[in-house]
Design a protein around this ligand. Sequence first.
Ligand code: FES
Length: 185
Amino acid sequence: MGIPSDRAPASEPRADARFDPRFDPRFDPRVTPIPRRSMLALLGVSALGAASLAAVLEGCATPPPITVSLDVDVAALPVGAPTEVAFTMTVGQAVVDGSTWLVKQADGDLIAFDPRCTHATCAYRWSDEADRFQCGCHDGRFALDGTVLAGPPPRPLDRFPIRQTATGIEIDVPASFAAPKASLG
Ligand code: FES
């Protein structure tokens, strides 16, 4: 195989004794052109990478929540006294039993609490005597507005988005929802 005409063999003595390959533009990566074929290959790899990333992100996208209709007479709900309302929803082929704690505020607005304790997803209950929500698994306590009063829960009670309709209430439940664990107390 012949030697490219623009490259001298490394062993060939040079006439210029001051030659230093570090300063030879033929070895300078800043001025060495990328062959056209290599450039097209790089562009192809970049396009493929972008397409793969888009596919991965699409696969990771959170599925939209499921709207659940609750047959509730809003006018009959007591103010400041939480009411648990059970529902059933279908996720794919599965039927999931769930519930929500509805709290009617003095101004008539409604809150729909997720029935799972924010510590370890146990079911909690409302205590009229203690005037707070209580979780028996690890003694978590929540106020009427869902804020943490005591115990290990790391955040207030989660809420479902809620809307009043002509016939009752609609709530948006995450598609990932699962029934709470049985409370220990
Ligand atoms: S699951 Fe409720 S306090 Fe631990």
